[in-house]
Design a binder for this molecule. Structure first.
Ligand code: ATP
Length: 333
């Protein structure tokens, strides 16, 4: 297991700066090149203290690179980040004690037990409240006396979670924290995140699981190809998500209904047909606000209207793949 570290980084240089005192993290135009490949192409965001900020994106989007840059495990090519009021390049032991870090790829080998390994990490993280390690281990059903190399992937992940949370840090940086956890343990983890927020801690986490981000995060950043496609609250994302609709109308022909609905903002995949009962049926997708649509159909003789719950997953996946897709704030990649 790696803790917050500076493995690939030169020793602290740069001057500590306080940008926004309310921000736990402020990243400004982070660029990271690995040889000729551009892992981060100008990433900027701000994470308010006491909030849960989720980052989602497809494989290779730059989530891990962003986290490693914030923790000074790697150095960015250009740009700057402030973490808990300190320039990330000054991530010395004092700052590291204020952060809990769960790396994406946990490597736990050796005969040592989970308990002994955690004791070692206490030396780095600073004091842990009495009984906290056992309380967390019990919560996740983790046997701390087994040699770590014998632990399953999920149990190694639980040990990583205990390690990140045990010293009740001001900031938690969690890379794919629920990877390998079963659904019950994922819920337990989400409970822990919500308690952390209630206690005023800040959580910065990445995930592939949209439903999990939806449940845990206040704000979501969608990263793709080293760029932020959009940053939005979960509610904004939900409102911008696509709904599926089906309606039945009498007294209008399919062509008339098409002429009414097709020009409306957000209407897509429109199909208007006459069914065997002589009623006109329309199916479509509806994005964005529903009010203009409801107003437009208010004069129709509706016999049925079905408007499905917005599908956040579908909407986010669209932002993953569609070139120049606009997010809820109108941001484009
Ligand atoms: N040490 C490295 N050397 C070279 N390229 C790297 C290195 N680390 C990351 N990359 C590249 O940078 C890009 C971003 O990788 P990163 O691991 O940050 O993505 P990610 O969003 O965390 O992906 P995943 O969801 O698969 O974990 C990828 O193209 C990756 O191949």
């Amino acid at each position: 297991m790696s803790h917050v570290g500076t493995a690939e980084a030169p020793q602290g240089r740069g001057v500590a700066s306080v940008a926004d005192p309310d921000a736990a993290i402020e990243a400004v135009d982070l660029v990271k090149k690995f040889g000729t490949s551009l892992a981060l192409a100008g990433v900027s965001f701000s994470v308010p203290r006491g909030s849960v900020f989720g980052v989602i994106g497809p494989n290779g989007a730059g989530k891990t690179t962003t986290m490693r840059a914030l923790l000074d495990i790697i150095r960015v090519t250009s740009g700057r980040a402030t973490v808990l009021g300190t320039d990330s390049r000054n991530a010395g032991p004092e700052l590291r004690r204020r952060i809990g870090y769960l790396p994406g790829e946990l490597i736990l080998e050796g005969r040592t037990s989970g308990r002994r390994l955690l004791k070692h990490y206490v030396d780095i993280s600073g004091p842990v409240p009495r009984g906290k390690i056992d309380e967390l281990a019990e919560r996740f059903g983790l046997d701390l006396d087994r040699p770590v190399r014998k632990l399953s992937k999920g149990n190694k992940q639980k040990l990583g979670i205990v390690q990140a949370f045990m010293h009740q840090p001001e900031l938690l940086v969690l890379d794919e924290p629920t990877s390998g956890l079963d659904p019950l343990m994922q819920q337990e983890f989400l409970g822990l995140v919500s308690e952390a927020r209630e206690a005023g801690q800040t959580v910065f986490l990445s995930s592939h699981v949209i439903s999990e981000i939806q449940q845990a995060a206040d704000v979501v950043a969608i990263l793709r190809g080293g760029k932020i496609v959009t940053i939005a609250s979960v509610e904004e994302l939900r409102q911008s998500a696509i709904r599926h609709l089906r309606m039945m109308v009498t007294g209008v022909s399919p062509a008339e209904l098409r002429a009414l609905l097709a020009p409306l903002d957000g209407v897509g995949n429109l199909e208007c047909t006459r069914n065997s009962a002589g009623t006109t049926e329309a199916t479509a997708t509806l994005g964005g606000e529903i009010r203009p649509f409801i107003q437009a159909i208010s004069t129709l003789a509706l016999t049925d209207l079905v408007l499905e719950e917005p599908d956040l997953e579908e909407s986010v996946l669209r932002l993953y793949t569609v070139p120049n897709a606009a997010g809820p704030n109108g941001d484009v990649s």
